[in-house]
Ligand binder design. Structure first.
Ligand code: ARG
Length: 431
């Protein structure tokens, strides 16, 4: 624990940040990438600490978890854990987001923001179980993820401390590669060109960096690793039917599926048809405005269906009221306050509304677009005979409408007349 470099010793600002002299055994949130691999070695050397790694599977496609563990051991981890948290992520984080129609800034379905509190909670559990005093993560000081992870740890485990070496060490990418070479840390090929900065799970994928930072640079196709560019999507459209029970999707085209499998199935269909590309300007919680390219095929389809079904089963008053609470829900979650009681209060409301959200929505997918084409629900507040232009059988009295209009518009008409009077007297005075 001796000889902590100047740099490390003087970077504490918050109470939950580790005092270097207290760091003995560190739980590192490990992805297997360059940053966290360099961190593993650097923490072991700099703090003379034991490093335990945790890698969490939230459904990021194509990940080799055994390879990641092997790499961690090779770099010097004393203990390695990999947790498959897909089911928990889908049930406890994605399902509530669906019930809340959660989109931050009108376009971002929050996949990363939903994943971080779970990853950080699992880090707390594993840190406690394996006797760690500190949790380390690879976030920079510019993003939202540091807020989500550290707020979670400080909330759930006041006894644990945090270190975030990337925020303090001021190594650029080239220096990290040099460090990795020097210490025999294995790297994948292609270290010459800086890659996009990627984060993904079963609810979506984000890309940042490179030309994405030039706001007037239109997306290059190589950024799309999930969704087929719409121009290259099939010429034939496809209708996909999503069935919900109490707000949660349970079947696709009549086939009942577990939530994880269902999300993957819908994502596959969306990807094929070029659905779910979002080119998004975003207000980060730390003040920066940034651009993200998102690929969110499952969310694009499922949120569309859920919203449509909810509209069908809700009354005009429920439908007018809920979006305000949805915006607040999305903002809290985006901003890293998953554990804030207001989020639970809002969830209670979302749950209650979603008790009625049962039924099936059909969406037509074609070259990047998704459009609702059919709807059915036992709870629809809809009566075809009432809405029809045909005779309503006396149940809806059109004769009642003029009386309604007279009362409904009363205050608006009075106010309009008052203003008209003021306008007339103003212009009379002016001449
Ligand atoms: N802008 C999104 C968010 O703040 C995605 C962030 C992706 N994170 C990452 N470390 N690449 O949630």
């Amino acid at each position: 624990m001796a000889e902590i470099s100047e740099r490390t010793a003087h970077t504490r600002t918050a109470s939950y940040e580790a005092d270097p002299s207290e760091v003995g055994r560190v739980l590192l949130l490990y992805s297997g990438g360059l940053d966290t691999s360099v961190m593993l070695k650097w923490i072991a050397d700099e703090y003379k600490a034991e490093v335990v790694t945790l890698t969490v599977n939230l459904g990021q496609p194509g990940e080799d978890y055994e390879g990641i563990e092997a790499k961690a051991r090779q770099i010097g981890a004393v203990e390695c854990h990999t947790l498959d948290a897909r089911e928990q992520f889908a049930r406890e984080f994605v399902a509530p987001a669906i019930k809340a129609n959660a989109l931050y800034g009108g376009g971002y379905p929050l996949f990363t923001a939903l994943g971080r509190p779970l990853i950080a909670k699992l880090a707390v559990d594993v840190a406690r179980a394996s006797g760690c005093d500190t949790i380390a993560h690879g976030c920079t000081g510019k993003g939202n993820d540091q807020v989500r992870i550290e707020a979670t740890i400080a909330t759930l485990a006041p006894e644990l401390k945090v270190i975030a070496p990337v925020r303090g060490w001021q190594m650029g990418r080239d220096e990290e590669i040099e460090y990795a070479r020097r210490h025999g840390i294995p790297m994948k090929g292609g270290t010459e060109i800086a890659p996009y900065s990627i984060d993904d799970n079963l609810w979506g994928r984000s890309s940042e960096g490179r030309w994405i930072e030039d706001l007037d640079h239109a997306p290059e196709d190589d950024v799309f690793q999930l969704v087929t560019p719409p121009e290259r999507a099939p010429e034939e459209s496809q209708v996909v039917n999503v069935t919900f029970e109490r707000g949660v999707p349970v079947a696709v085209d009549g086939e009942r599926l577990g939530l994880v499998e269902l999300l993957e199935r819908v994502a596959d269909i969306g990807c094929r048809h070029g659905v779910g590309i979002v080119d998004h300007i975003e207000d980060r919680i730390v003040g920066l405005k940034v651009r993200d390219i998102y690929e969110v095929p499952a969310a694009a389809i499922i949120l569309l269906c859920h919203q449509e079904l909810e509209k069908l089963v809700g009354t005009i008053h429920q439908n007018q009221f809920k979006p305000g609470l949805e915006r607040q829900w999305a903002y809290l979650v985006y901003a890293g306050l998953w554990w804030e009681p207001l989020r639970g209060d809002l969830d209670a409301f979302m749950e209650r509304v979603n008790e009625q959200v049962t039924g099936t929505i059909g969406v037509k997918l074609y070259k990047g677009s998704a459009r609702v084409v059919t709807r059915s629900s036992p709870n629809a507040v809809y009566d075809r005979s009432l809405a029809s232009f045909d005779e309503s059988g006396g149940l809806f009295s059109q004769q009642a409408s003029p009386g309604f209009i007279e009362l409904w518009s009363l205050q608006s008409r009075m106010a309009y007349q008052l203003r008209a009077r003021d306008r007339d007297s103003d212009s009379a005075g002016g001449t």
